[in-house]
Ligand binder design. Structure first.
Ligand code: NDP
Length: 284
């Protein structure tokens, strides 16, 4: 049995208490934080996350509005929507589902979003800030990994961390955030040779590849901490990238799926909206 199951619940409860206090302070100034959700098309995973985000926003007292465009919307139409969100002073943050349909220049759309509303760190400017250690909104999932490690007292300084997956959403930003915390980071991807061996040698492993239960006992060793970012379906059930049932008895600490990184990510997004509202109100 793992010594620690790194469940989201205590992290989320602590965040919710803080968020609610700050929302009450904003309410005294007549401000309600507001999230815009921009969706192009109707992919099932986007719709599912949208429902979760709307529920969470409502529970915390954050306004949320969905701006949905059809999958055949032109790049101009998407840019017009982003510009309308930028111009709407009642909106403090925007969550845009990606990937966008292939006919749209995604980075161009991300870069059109007002930096003050870029609560998921999607713009090139934000990415560059992360690499330069300049404070900004980090992508919520990457930040959720760090929050879980911090909450469960997993030290990072001098530790060897293997990040499997190198996407702009998770792998790359979380690697930079780990480096800033003095971890020795190895980034792995689909061309990495001897991946199980590389993973077994780490103190901490973060899996973010989207491969259901792909990492089993051969990839892990006693004493390790495992953060499973994957959200996949296998046999009709939600599961991570890690084969939890066989890995959990081996390692020191592990996040479950569901109930791990996903819930912390949603709450991190909500917290970013509150921060953006505080900045807009001049109280931060
Ligand atoms: P991407 O598809 O953008 O990236 C996947 C990464 O995994 C790539 O870097 C790819 O390598 C790597 N990879 C693929 N196959 C292998 C392999 N056989 N061995 C090693 N590395 C491999 O995915 P995302 O980063 O967007 O998402 C990853 C997972 O995280 C998904 O399950 C997604 O659903 C989940 N997710 C979870 C969130 C949460 O809140 N918990 C939020 C967002 C996503 P290469 O670059 O070489 O192709």
């Amino acid at each position: 049995m793992a010594d620690i199951i790194m469940r989201a619940k205590p992290v989320v409860d602590e965040m919710a208490r803080d968020i609610e206090t700050r929302i009450a302070q904003l309410a005294e100034k007549g401000i309600t934080p507001k999230l815009a959700i921009l969706r192009v098309g109707a992919r099932e995973d986007d719709l599912s996350y949208e429902r979760t985000a709307l529920r969470r926003a409502e529970a915390l007292g954050i306004d949320a509005q969905v701006f949905a465009l059809p999958s055949h919307a032109s790049e101009r139409q998407v840019l017009n929507q982003v510009e309308a969100i930028n111009d709407d002073d009642s909106i403090h943050g925007c969550l845009m589902f990606r990937p966008l349909p292939k006919h749209i220049n995604e980075q161009g759309v991300c870069d059109a979003l007002d930096g003050r509303k870029d609560i998921d760190g999607i713009s090139s400017k934000c990415m560059s800030d992360i690499y330069s250690d300049i404070p900004c909104f980090c992508p919520a999932t990457a930040e959720a990994c760090i929050r879980l490690l911090r909450h469960y007292d997993i030290s990072l300084s001098g530790k060897s961390v293997v990040v499997v997956g190198r996407s702009l959403v998770i792998g790359k930003p979380v690697s930079m955030m780990l480096l800033r915390r003095n971890a020795t980071v190895t980034m792995c991807h689909s061309h990495t040779k001897n991946l199980p061996e590389v993973m077994r040698a780490a103190d901490v492993v973060i899996c973010a590849t989207g491969r259901a239960k792909a990492y089993g006992a051969e990839c892990f060793a006693p004493g390790q901490t495992v953060i499973d970012v994957g959200i996949n379906f296998a046999d009709g059930k939600l599961c991570g990238d890690v084969d939890y049932d066989v890995v959990e008895p081996i390692v020191h600490a592990i996040t479950p799926v569901p109930g791990g990184t996903g819930s912390v990510t949603t709450n991190t997004t909500m917290e970013h909206v509150v921060v953006a509202a505080e900045v807009a109100a001049g109280i931060r």
